[in-house]
Ligand binder design. Structure first.
Ligand SMILES: [Zn+2]
Length: 438
């Protein structure tokens, strides 16, 4: 199949007008102009006045938490986790999380997301991505926060769950492991995770340096996280190091590990993260809504770090609209720097595509439009844009209803704003019914 569009943005700083992309067996075979002349027998789709670009890579989400969308307001992270998250006295209900994951993943897909790095409590996210035909890494969350827990046993059980889940899900979904954070995982668990996942080549995700409170807790065992954990009966874990430095010490700063947030970093930690090859998922809306701060994204990019964009879950970033996430991230970085030139709209589109692919360690397969990569592509309708607009800014200004086509591995998963294999309204109704006790 050859797809033609008014604009093709391969994410190498070119804009190919009246460009074409040849896709065969789910792989991109060629990109350029007039491919139809060289391949006259190939099927042909003219997308008209659209911008064709790589699908967005959502580097950090929790589609299961769509069930907690707008559930609480004006809570800081540690109080928010207590209100919407899970603890040992309140375990998750898989009957709610399953429809929540399906609805959340479908919402992301309709906003142009083709690949998701999702941290999942039960694995329901892997089922959702498989059923919808999305690509992704689903990281099973593991907690090892009490000295009373046998962390090795907890970790082995999670590893078994991950192997089982991997056998059941689609070939486009990889299953990884996610120790939730340094304040909910003890050193033994983190070291075991570092060693085992490196040996078995299992991808890892974590939340890191999300709040100043996390830095204080890691350094001194003090502050609101210490108080919150103490209230739950957990002993303090004092590392005597800042979060990223600590993660380096336990062997979890490396390629194949994706770190959500990274808001509070020293200059040394920025360099450490960049040189480690670890990925970073910048979740600007969630960080702002939960009062966490603004990540030093420009510093990280300038140091060569692998930074992508993440929506986080709907419990802290309610719309799961990737266009909105990109716009907010662009605006807040310019505001932080008091300098509009630090980040362009083109930079933002690259971060949202190839940046996310690099953050998840998938850039050999996806993230750009170039021969040899898998055909994860989106067509965004530009009919309402003026000729005079900067094209990258104009793409950022679109909304999910402008997404005409989404291809994952060459297969159509969204056509004219609606999922091909699912009914968004029905998914929403199913979740609503479940949340109202049905
Ligand atoms: Zn998260």
């Amino acid at each position: 199949m050859i797809y033609r569009a008014r604009y093709v943005l391969p994410m190498d700083d070119r804009i190919i007008e009246n460009g074409e992309v040849l896709v065969s067996d789910g792989e991109i075979r060629a990109v350029g102009e007039r491919l139809v002349d060289a391949h006259p027998d190939e099927a042909f789709t003219d997308l008209g006045n659209c911008a064709l670009l790589p699908g967005f890579v959502n580097a950090h989400s929790h589609v299961e938490y769509t069930s907690a969308r707008n559930a609480v307001d004006a809570l800081n992270l540690w109080d928010w986790i207590g209100a919407v998250g899970f603890n040992r006295t309140r375990l998750p209900d898989r009957r709610t999380l399953k429809p929540a994951a399906a609805f959340g993943a479908a919402k992301l897909m309709t906003s142009g997301v083709t690949c998701v790095g999702d941290s999942s409590f039960t694995g329901a996210a892997a089922d959702a991505l498989s059923e919808l035909g999305l690509r992704g890494i689903v990281y099973l969350e593991v907690f090892g926060q009490s000295a009373g827990d046998n962390y090795a046993q907890v970790f082995d059980k999670k590893l078994d769950d991950a192997h089982r889940l991997q056998a059941d899900c689609s070939r486009l979904v990889n299953v990884g492991i996610s120790p939730h954070s340094i304040y909910t995982s003890n050193r033994g668990l983190l070291k075991l995770c570092a060693e085992t996942c490196a040996e078995l080549d299992i991808p890892v995700a974590m939340h890191l340096a999300e709040t100043q409170a996390e830095v204080d807790y890691s350094l001194h065992g003090t502050g609101p996280i210490a108080a919150w954990r103490g209230g739950l009966g957990y002993e303090a874990m004092i590392n005597g190091m800042r979060p990223a430095a600590y993660l380096h010490a336990v062997g979890l700063l490396r390629r194949g590990v994706c770190l959500a947030h990274c808001v509070h970093l020293s200059a040394e930690e920025v360099e450490l993260l960049a040189s480690s090859g670890a990925g970073i998922a910048h979740c600007s809306t969630s960080n702002a809504y939960l009062g966490c701060g603004i990540a030093p994204v420009v510093d990280l990019l300038q140091s060569g770090a692998r930074v992508g964009i993440g929506t986080d879950g709907a419990a802290s970033s309610p719309r799961l609209d990737f266009f909105e996430e990109m716009r907010f991230a662009l605006g807040i970085q310019r505001a932080r720097a008091q300098d509009a030139s630090v980040l362009t709209a083109n930079d933002m589109l690259k971060m949202a595509t190839v940046g996310g692919a690099r953050a998840l360690g998938l850039d050999d397969y996806i993230g750009t439009i170039e021969p040899g990569k898998r055909a994860d592509l989106i067509a965004v309708d530009m009919k309402d844009a003026f000729e005079s607009e900067n094209l990258c800014l104009a793409v950022l200004s679109r909304q999910p209803s402008d997404v005409r086509l989404v291809l994952v591995d060459g297969a159509e998963v969204v056509r004219d704003g609606r999922p091909v294999g699912a009914d968004l309204d029905a998914l929403s109704e199913a979740l609503k019914e479940r949340l109202s006790g049905g």
